[in-house]
Design a binder for this molecule. Sequence first.
Ligand code: PLP
Length: 351
Amino acid sequence: EKKIGIFKSGDGRKEEIVARLSSNENPFGPSSAAKRALKEAVEDAFLYPQKYRKELISVIAKEEGVSEDHILIGAGSSELLNAGARVFGGKSGKILAADPTYTSLIRSAEMMGSTWVKIPLDKSFDHDLDTMESKVKSDISLVYMCNPNNPTGKIIEGKEIISFCDTVSSKVPVFVDEAYWDYMDDPKGSTVTSCIKKGANVIVARTFSKVHAFAGLRVGYCIAQPDIIRQLAKEGPRNTLSGPSMNAAAASLVDYDFIRYSVEKNNEGKQYVYDLLSEMGYDYFPSHTNFILFPIAMDGDDFRKKMLVKGVSIKTWNIAGKDYCRVSMGHMKDLEKFGLAFKQVAGNKIN
Ligand code: PLP
């Protein structure tokens, strides 16, 4: 049995993880083309990597249909989210965002004195766009949105988010984190990069950590107006990416066969988990990402610890007083381990 690592379960115990389904990683890559590009660039590892940086920015700009001054690359999108927090956060500004959502940018901004104006998701766990729009006042310095959203796996439809961004970005910049974008049914129709092309103050963050399986290689990018890119660059990444990672990212971005393969493997995993949950009487949120959120019928922390004892790591959330499990997709053998452990720990919801 391959052990993935040792996790502390929170009460001082150390558990060996055999199925790591807690961080929305993608075990079906990196692609062969990316690995080849990685190895080739290792030969140049003694050089500072300007050449690879230029090439990657050029490939991204071409792929996104914008000029190169609209692109900023970072060591994972986390570095760019942090830069966003430094540019738009701080004492004078509040960050408006749904709750729950991915909190990396928000937490960084809070550390600098910003506050999070939370707009709860509605009863179906969708963004309440009308309320969000109505709360955009002069004290808001940034609207942050995660589409598809983490931890729900739900999306705001392309037309709706594009119209929201068009309107709201005339008052305040809108930062849209599209980390799981590639898993959507219609990625091209769902991205808000079209707003940027119309000149709007919208920032899009993307990552290679998900569909491209680069979580350990650390590459992400932002698309925005050139003046915003310059502000983000001042506050953010300075030569933090390695040449091999950038060369591999450039190869992976246009490896459409691999992207399709990654999405297919992810869909197989989701179908397995949907079937398992339905069989056991659990509801779930159909997911547009590489993880699934579903309500559990026991205390979240207790559930997480008991799953860890069985060697399976997942994440839990308490949303509006109810406990939920978020399970990442993975190899079928790992999802089967999840299924087995879940049956032992939680049991059928309907007997
Ligand atoms: N954005 C979202 C919505 C995420 O879920 C994650 C990671 O899980 C990230 C950004 C950060 O990813 P990375 O820094 O690896 O690009």
